[in-house]
Each structure stands twice: as C-alpha cells, then as structure tokens.
Design a protein around this ligand. Structure first.
Ligand code: GRG
Length: 316
C-alpha cells in the first residue's frame, strides 16, 4: 500500500469537508471568524478525523447491509473533532499557557490576531464544534421521509446523540481539559509514572480515542465493540504523545512547524524527561505493536495498521 498517497487523499477530503462547514467571514464579528478559520486552515495532519473516518468505514463494513457506505452523514463529526483539537492548540499556545508564537509552521493565532482574539477564537471553535456536530441529526418531521435508506431516522439520531455525549465528555473535565489542568498545575514539579499516565491519557488519548469511538458508534458498533476499542485509542494516543516528547528533543523547528525544546523551556516533566530517549523509543514501539495487533482483528484494516506504524516514526 502507498500510505503517503492514501493519507494525502484522506487529508484532502477532510480539508474539503472542513471548508464546506467553516463559517463565512462576514458581519461585525468577522475578526473572530477570520481567526477561527485561520487556525484551522493553517495546516495540521487531520489525524483525528482520519481515524474517525477509518473506524466508521470498518464498522459500516461489518454491520451495514447496504454496502455503499454513506460518508456524507458523518462529515459534521469529522469537522467537530478537528475544531475541538484546534481550539486546544490555540489555547495551549496562549501566553497564559505555553506562550508559543509558532504552530503548524505559521504564527499562532494570538500572535497573528492578538491575545483577546486568540482566547475568543478558541472559545468560538469549541462552540462552533457543537453547532456543527448538531448538523448530523436528521429531521423526519421536516422531510416526512427517513433521511437515509439503510437506517430509520430515530435509530440514526440515537447514534448521533451517543456520539455527542462521548465527544463532549472526553473533551471536558473528565478528558482533555482535566488532563491539561493537571499538566499546568504540575509544571516544574517531579511526576510519578502514574501522574504522567494520567496526564497523557486525558490530555492526548481522550481525543484520539473518542475519534475512533465516534466513527464506530456512527457505523453501528455496540457496547461490546466500544469496550474492545478503548485500548486501541489508549495505545495509539500514548505512543503519539511519547513520540511528541521525543520530537520536542530531537527534531528541528522547520520540520516540526513549532519550536523545539518547548517542554524543557516550560519546565515540563514528560515521559521522555523521566525515562530518557532510548526507553521512550522502546515504549512507542511497544504501544504501537499492541495497537497494530488490536487493529489487525478487523477485516480490511490495512490502512489503519499502516497509519499506526507510521505514527511511531513520524517527524512532525
Ligand atoms: C487548552 C483545554 C486545553 C487543552 C490543551 C491538547 C492540549 C491540551 C494541548 C496541546 C499541546 C499538546 C502537547 C497536546 C497533546 C496532543 C498533541 C501532541 C497535539 C498535537 O497534535 P497533532 O500533532 O497536531 O495532531 P496537528 O497540528 O497535526 O493537528
């Protein structure tokens, strides 16, 4: 398989979908809309929506009688996850947090639009993610017909409700925001392995994991399927974050698109600072193998397996 080509096709698709859902830059509030659109359009690997799409495809293949996979209906969620992820980066770069001026190879949102707009653009992205995800609901009362041929409206809308609940729980205080809180409070302090695990599991794994779960739920997965998928998100997320720690030490600003040595500058205790590079690389490989093994249980999951392997050696 030509992973580069497969990946780039999916990135192009996600970028087109995003451009269809992003707000028009108009009205007296246009500055915040420009800042919001800038932060999304300035780059990004689109990893989370790509994982969501793949998981949706796998479960549609497994459960749908209608083999023509309707992907349009999950587009609102592909956008919502990228909006939440981008808001977290915009806020993480603010002077009150990491105070970084370079992200995705370009000036950070607050560096370009000012601090107040950086705060507002992050807020707006989070709110707009809800507005966008809600577009996945169908309205039989309005059309008089079931919207999709393979599933009645009530069943589809139940899947959408489940996906909403998962998304906003994992992005919140019991997920990403919770992890970031502990990360901020513990900056400069020594951390135990359990504390590092806690921070990584919430700050990084939560969004990666929920991307896979949402794709599954929308594709018809049941509770048992979801429980089986939890470790997949965990291993991909942990490997991804530890690789991020490694790159912060070994990469260059040009390659990474953001400053290197940021963890050291901000006095952050990371997996890599506790265990060193060699053990970090070993752990990334170990978690990657575990994730690939789980993915290999799915029929047609070659792309997912190749993607997981690629992430272990990614350079940006
Ligand atoms: C401010 C509420 C709040 C949360 C911030 C996610 C996060 C918490 C901060 C961002 C910085 C960081 C180290 C996040 C961990 C996850 C991570 C490595 C994000 C970078 O994700 P990529 O590489 O970014 O997928 P692109 O730019 O490719 O989308």
């Amino acid at each position: 398989m030509d992973l580069k080509k497969e990946l780039s096709e999916r990135q192009d698709y996600i970028n087109t979908v995003l451009s269809n859902f992003l707000p028009d830059e108009e009205g007296l509030q246009e500055t915040v809309i420009k800042a919001l659109n800038y932060s999304i359009n300035v780059g990004g690997k689109r990893l989370r929506p790509i994982l969501m799409l793949e998981s949706y495809r796998l479960f549609m293949k497994k459960y749908s009688k209608d083999k023509s996979v309707c992907e349009e209906r999950i587009e609102p969620f592909l956008c919502a996850i990228e909006m939440i992820h981008t808001y977290s980066l915009v806020h993480d770069d603010l002077p009150a947090m990491d105070n970084d001026t370079l992200r995705r190879g370009n000036p950070t949102t607050h560096a370009k639009f000012g601090e107040a707009m950086g705060v507002l653009a992050g807020d707006a992205l989070l709110n707009y993610s809800v507005e966008t995800a809600c577009k996945a609901f169908t309205d039989k009362a309005y059309s008089g017909l079931d919207f999709y041929e393979d599933i009645d409206d009530a069943s589809w809308n139940l899947r959408v409700s489940k996906a909403m609940k998962l998304l906003y729980t994992r992005a919140g205080i019991y997920g990403m925001i919770g992890g970031q809180t502990v990360d901020v409070e513990k900056t400069g302090l020594p951390l135990s392995k359990d504390e590092v695990d806690f921070i990584y599991e919430l700050k990084t794994c939560a969004l990666i994991s929920v991307s896979i779960l949402i794709g599954a739920v929308l594709g018809g997965a049941d509770t048992k399927d979801l429980a089986e998928l939890e470790p997949l998100g965990y291993y991909i997320g942990m490997a991804f974050q530890i690789r991020d720690d490694i790159l912060d030490i070994t990469s260059t600003e040009e390659e990474l698109g953001k400053p290197i040595g940021s963890d050291d500058k901000n006095n952050k205790t990371t997996f890599a600072s506790i265990y060193g590079l060699e053990k970090s690389i070993e752990t990334v490989n170990e978690y990657t193998e575990k994730a690939v093994r789980i993915a290999s249980a799915f029929e047609g999951a070659e792309f997912l397996q190749e993607l997981i392997k690629y992430l272990a050696s990614r350079n940006n």
